[in-house]
Ligand binder design. Sequence first.
Ligand code: EPU
Length: 338
Amino acid sequence: MKLQSDFPLKPYNTFGIDVKAKLFARFDSVQELQELLQMPELKQEQKLILGGGSNLLFTKDFDGVVLQNGIKGIEIIREDENYSYVKAGGGEVWHAFVLYTLEHNLGGVENLSLIPGTVGAAPLQNIGAYGVELKDVFHELEAAHIETGQTQVFTNQDCRFGYRESVFKNELKGKFIVTSVVFKLHRTHQLNTSYGAIKTTLEEMHITQPTIQDVSAAVCHIRQSKLPDPKQIGNAGSFFKNPEIPVVLFDVLKAQYPEMPAYPVSELTVKVPAGWLIEQCGWKGKVIGNYGVHKNQALVLVNYGGASGHDVQQLAFDIIQSVEEKFGIRLTPEVNIM
Ligand code: EPU
């Protein structure tokens, strides 16, 4: 729980941006967190809670205290006929939690395999992939109030989950620190293999009766083939959200761009893959010095080493502008820009 100053953050953000924090401390329990929050020298400091640093773009040094969540532990706390309730510490690595569920043969998060980041950060943006979102298996979480250190329980409804959204990105932004999450996992499995790439990958693997372990293996395979490994190339996954547009606008665009993909959201709106829009504007695989747009997935911006957060932010602005000029659709970042 040692307080360190002038702390280098490069190893703590998957974009690999070389910035510093005025102060840094790690907590390994709720009690340690509460002690930190009570420290007079930290009371007035701006606070940033760090999980895996996988959804962040630093554009400058952080003038405050970075608190790293190190709360560990995964356990089954309750079981009934259909479900096991599994509690995981906010500082657990997300994929380590997924591996635990596979070992215990509990279904629900296999499609979310290999998502970078931590358990505590996952509910903030309701992580999702391959047809599944965290909210589908979320039971409740415990979070500490950043001012008082008092803990509070939030149910699924309290979190107000949406597409890459929760109350913690909106009304309660910066107010709570997630200390643990309880998941409601299936003891009898209901696989979700409807997402095209999963089906074809399982076929290629010659698997006709997939298990949750097979689905996880397929997801890992797809992710590894499409998405750059942050240990090798700095990135934060999808940089933008997939925009939701009115069906009437989509119909107009479809007439002009018959290939344009879209997924229905409601009777009035569809979601368009931002990766497709960005690719159509000629950005896919673009390299600008030591940063650029990933060659296999146009939604992922990359730092080949030594790029500044400003460089990447400028690239994001340029992409937003060109997509808006061509399609009249304004992309919004999914990544937190600091
Ligand atoms: N596409 C292109 N060009 C590209 C990339 C995508 O044309 O360069 C089009 C294709 O039509 C493709 C479609 O976009 O079929 C969808 O692409 P993909 O399956 O890669 O998914 P995505 O919509 O680009 C979302 C999530 C990912 C998640 C995948 C799989 C968002 C912002 N991103 O990406 O999440 O892994 O679906 O479910 O919703 C993340 O949030 O960091 C992330 C990686």
